[in-house]
Structure formats: structure tokens, C-alpha cells
Design a protein around this ligand. Structure first.
Ligand code: HEC
Ligand code: HEC
Length: 415
């Protein structure tokens, strides 16, 4: 079924192309670029909230690498706040779809773990699923339903572009109109400006040893060895031909609670051992995205690294965490780093900042300029996770001996 659908889209593009005289590839690349432009207008449109006034950029601040400098974001309705820290949108379109990875343990046992997915708990499997949610979240843009969003899109300044190629009866179809908007947002987030790979760490990994200071080079060594950061924040290529500084796996670091318990991954998989687990984020541009962790509970990078270093030695400093029973005690919590090593690690994080973002901030622009040589989305299409669409819902974890048997999640304290 998936194959025939793909084939019919392919032949449609070919048909369009033969009419306009362009090749199928050119036609596809052009429509992709047009969708991305439209996506940018939707991203900035503050009429798509109830009450109006809130757009994507209200919580994803350009100067903070498109993250939110507030611990949690206020929604369109006064007094309604979210409970998670809005992450950076840089490199977000490169996060793999949520899927299961099988790992062979040293004991020879095969275990399945979740990897990838959007939102810090992976509750949206794909970016296409993700971009729909802010519109209808009551603590975000607070629209009523699909018809509400479609009505606003039809009244927008960019409506003629959104309508292009749609027959009159399709334009009155709420589902068709909103799907086009979601597609446009996805194409926008795939734009080269969100994946410049022009941080000093990129220059260094490409062979320019002078790109890092002596202190940062020491920090990098600690990152790879003693502190084990690179075990989860990968320095090698995995899902993309350049390193993303994450394996997009899930873990419970035991970060300080902010009151109401947040079940994370386990909240939607129903697996008790996954309660309190969150997806490991990319560390690209992390120096611009304070505060940190899924709930914004740690204010600075120094604090984050002090937490990794001494979490288990100073429980009174960090206070209680939401799900103590699933906290990872084997990889972090007591790293034995001295003050110098700690400072070296903090210094290293600066090398993860994209130059194009620093320049954008200096100029006061809304979006970064694309550095020379960054390939367009059409050229990179095979690497983008949105290239794959699952035809059937994902199965739960395969049954495993011993742990991870499905269970109802603990009741959370959410009202
Ligand atoms: C009211 C604030 C707010 C608005 C408005 C908002 N977001 Fe977000 N966004 C968040 C928060 C908070 C999260 C993290 C939620 C979570 O992890 O569960 C998030 C997560 C995301 C993610 C996932 C990133 C990741 O690493 O998983 C993407 C992509 C995203 N938003 C895009 C958008 C787009 C596109 C819009 C506009 C349609 C938008 N956001 C509007 C607050 C907001
Ligand atoms: C076992 C895997 C693992 C290891 C090892 C690890 N991290 Fe993390 N890291 C994570 C996860 C998972 C999160 C998100 C946790 C959350 O939000 O609750 C995270 C979050 C972070 C954040 C916050 C990012 C943000 O945008 O909020 C920073 C900074 C960070 N890690 C740096 C490091 C450094 C430095 C090291 C080495 C000292 C390290 N990590 C080791 C998995 C890991």
C-alpha cells in the first residue's frame, strides 16, 4: 500500500513536470522550497492563537537559538503555563522518528529501547505529528479544533499561496488546508538555516585543531573519557552525515523536581521503567538555551555539570526528583571531576555555538543567514526522518524476560 501511494505521488509529480517542461526532480525541489517559505509565514503568524497574539516564535526565541529563555512558557490564555522548557528548533528536523533500537547487552541479552521522536518525552513520533500540537494545546495556542485553524488560515495574508493548486472543493476541506500548513512548517524547519553546522567544534572535527582553545581541548578530552558525555551526546555521525551531539536515547537523570511529577516517556508508553525518562537533547547551541533540562530546573551550564559531577554526593543541594526509582546511577551522579576539569567542560560548551546564530544576534535579525555550502533540503532528502512514513502504528516493546513488562503508569499528580 505504501509503495503504490508513493508511486502515484511520483507519477503525479512527473505529470506536473511534463506539463511545465521541468524534470520531476526540479518540480519537486521547487515545490519543497515554496512550502518552506510559506512555513516561515505560518511560523510568524500571531493570528493562529486564541486569543490572537501568539505564534511559534513567541516561545521559540531566535536569540536563544529558537528555545525559550523562561523555564516554562506562558500560553495564549493568561495564567496558563506549560510544564516543560521549550527546546531549540535548531537541528530539530534532523531528530530521528521515534522507533525501537535493539541493543545487545554484554550478557548477551537483547533489549529494546526507544530512540528519537519529537517533544522531550517522544510523545509525537514524527515532526509532522509534532507541528500540529501547539495549535490545539490549551497551554499554548489554544485553538478549538481543526476547523478553527483552517478558518484562520483561509483568512491569512498568505492564503493565496496556501490555496495554490487546490480545487475550490479542496479549499473548503479543513483537513486538506491544515495538512498543507503542517507540511509547510515541516519544510520550514528543514531549511538550511536551522542546520548550518558552523560551530567551532565543526571546524575542529574537520581538522582545524586551532578552532578550539587549549582549555576547550582539555574539556573535549574529558567529555569523551572521564565524564562519559560523548556516550549519549555523540561526537560521531549517526543519523546524519555530521555529528548531532545526541544519540536521542531516553534516560532519567534525576533532575530537580519542580513540583508536579512529569512521567516523560513512561507517561505514554505505559512502561514503569520508563517513567521519568526524557530524550537526550543535542548539545548544539546549548550555551544560548538556558535554562536547562526538560523542566528548566537548572539555570546555568556550570550548574548542569556540577549536577552530573556530584548529584549523588549532595542530595540536599538538588532536592527531590519526580521518579527516584528509575534514575540512572551508573553513568552519572559522581564523576569525580575537580574544579579545573569542571571549568574545562563548561568552556567546551561554547564551542558548540553556531557562528551564524552569533552573527544573527549581533545584527538583531530574526533568522540566521545560511553559511556557504549548506545543501538544500532536496539534496539532503534521503537523510531527513520525514522521508519515512510508517504505514501502521508502532508496536509496543517486544516482550522481554524480566524487566520492562508493560504496566499502567503511576497516577501523576496532574490536575
Ligand atoms: C506556548 C509556547 C509554545 C508555542 C506557541 C510553540 N511551542 Fe514549540 N514547544 C514548546 C515547548 C514547551 C516544547 C517542549 C514540549 C515537550 O517537550 O513536551 C516545544 C517543542 C517543540 C518542538 C519539539 C522539539 C524537540 O526537541 O522535540 C518543535 C519542533 C516545536 N516546538 C515547534 C513549534 C512550532 C512549529 C510552533 C508553532 C506552530 C510552536 N512550536 C509553538 C513551546 C511552544
Ligand atoms: C546516559 C546518557 C547521558 C550522559 C552520559 C550525559 N548526558 Fe547530558 N543529557 C542526557 C539526557 C537524557 C538529558 C535530558 C534530561 C532531562 O531533560 O531530564 C541531558 C541533558 C543535558 C544538558 C541540558 C541540555 C538542555 O538543552 O536542556 C546538558 C547541557 C548536558 N546534558 C550535558 C552533558 C554533559 C556535559 C555530560 C558529561 C558530563 C553529559 N551531558 C552526559 C543524557 C546524558
Amino acid at each position: 500500500m505504501a509503495i503504490s501511494a508513493a508511486a502515484s505521488i511520483g507519477s503525479l509529480v512527473a505529470l506536473m513536470a511534463s506539463v511545465t517542461g521541468a524534470t520531476a526532480q526540479e518540480a519537486d525541489a521547487t515545490s519543497q522550497a515554496a512550502a518552506a517559505k510559506l512555513g516561515q509565514e505560518i511560523f510568524l503568524d500571531a493570528s493562529l492563537s486564541n486569543p490572537p497574539g501568539m505564534s511559534c516564535v513567541s516561545c521559540h526565541f531566535p536569540e536563544a537559538a529558537f528555545a525559550d529563555p523562561r523555564a516554562v512558557s506562558p500560553g495564549a490564555v493568561l495564567g496558563r503555563n506549560g510544564r516543560r522548557n521549550a527546546p531549540s528548533l535548531m537541528y530539530a528536523a534532523l531528530i530521528p522518528n521515534r522507533d525501537q533500537e535493539d541493543i545487545l547487552e554484554e550478557s548477551g541479552e537483547q533489549v529494546w529501547v526507544w530512540q528519537g521522536g519529537m517533544f522531550q518525552d517522544g510523545s509525537a513520533r514524527t515532526l509532522h505529528e509534532q507541528v500540529q500540537r501547539p495549535f490545539f494545546d490549551h497551554a499554548e495556542m489554544n485553538l478549538l479544533n481543526e476547523a478553527d485553524l483552517a478558518g484562520r488560515l483561509r483568512n491569512s495574508s498568505y492564503a493565496p499561496k496556501l490555496k495554490k493548486g487546490l480545487a475550490e472543493e479542496e479549499w473548503t476541506d479543513d483537513g486538506k488546508v491544515t495538512q498543507r500548513a503542517y507540511r509547510a512548517l515541516v519544510e520550514f524547519l528543514k531549511e538550511p538555516m536551522f542546520r548550518p553546522f558552523d560551530a567551532r567544534i565543526d571546524d575542529y572535527l574537520a581538522g582545524n585543531k586551532d578552532a578550539l582553545s587549549a582549555q576547550e581541548r582539555r574539556g573535549l578530552e574529558i567529555f569523551k573519557t572521564k565524564a562519559k558525555c560523548a556516550d549519549c551526546h555523540l561526537l560521531h555521525n549517526s543519523a546524519w552525515p555530521q555529528p548531532l551531539l545526541s544519540d536521542y536515547g531516553y534516560d532519567n537523570l534525576g533532575v530537580p523536581s519542580r513540583g508536579e511529577s512529569d512521567p516523560g516517556l513512561g507517561g505514554h508508553t505505559g512502561v514503569t521503567t520508563e517513567l521519568g525518562q526524557f530524550r537526550s537533547p543535542s548539545l548544539r547551541n546549548v550555551a544560548l538555551t538556558a535554562p536547562y533540562m526538560h523542566n528548566g530546573s537548572l539555570a546555568t551550564l556550570r550548574e548542569v555539570i556540577e549536577f552530573y559531577n556530584k548529584r549523588d554526593l549532595e542530595p540536599e543541594r538538588w532536592g527531590k526528583t519526580d521518579y527516584p526509582e528509575t534514575v540512572n546511577h551508573s553513568d552519572l551522579g559522581n564523576l569525580g571531576l575537580d574544579d579545573q576539569e569542571l571549568s574545562d567542560l563548561v568552556a567546551l560548551m561554547d564551542a558548540f555555538t553556531d557562528r551564524s546564530l552569533l552573527e544573527m544576534r549581533k545584527r538583531g535579525d530574526r533568522f540566521p543567514q545560511i553559511p556557504l555550502g549548506v545543501p538544500d533540503s532536496w539534496k539532503m532528502r534521503a537523510y531527513f526522518p520525514d522521508w519515512n512514513h510508517a504505514a501502521t502504528p508502532l508496536p509496543a516493546h517486544p516482550p522481554q524476560a524480566g524487566n520492562n513488562t508493560a504496566a499502567t503508569p503511576e497516577p501523576s499528580n496532574n490536575p
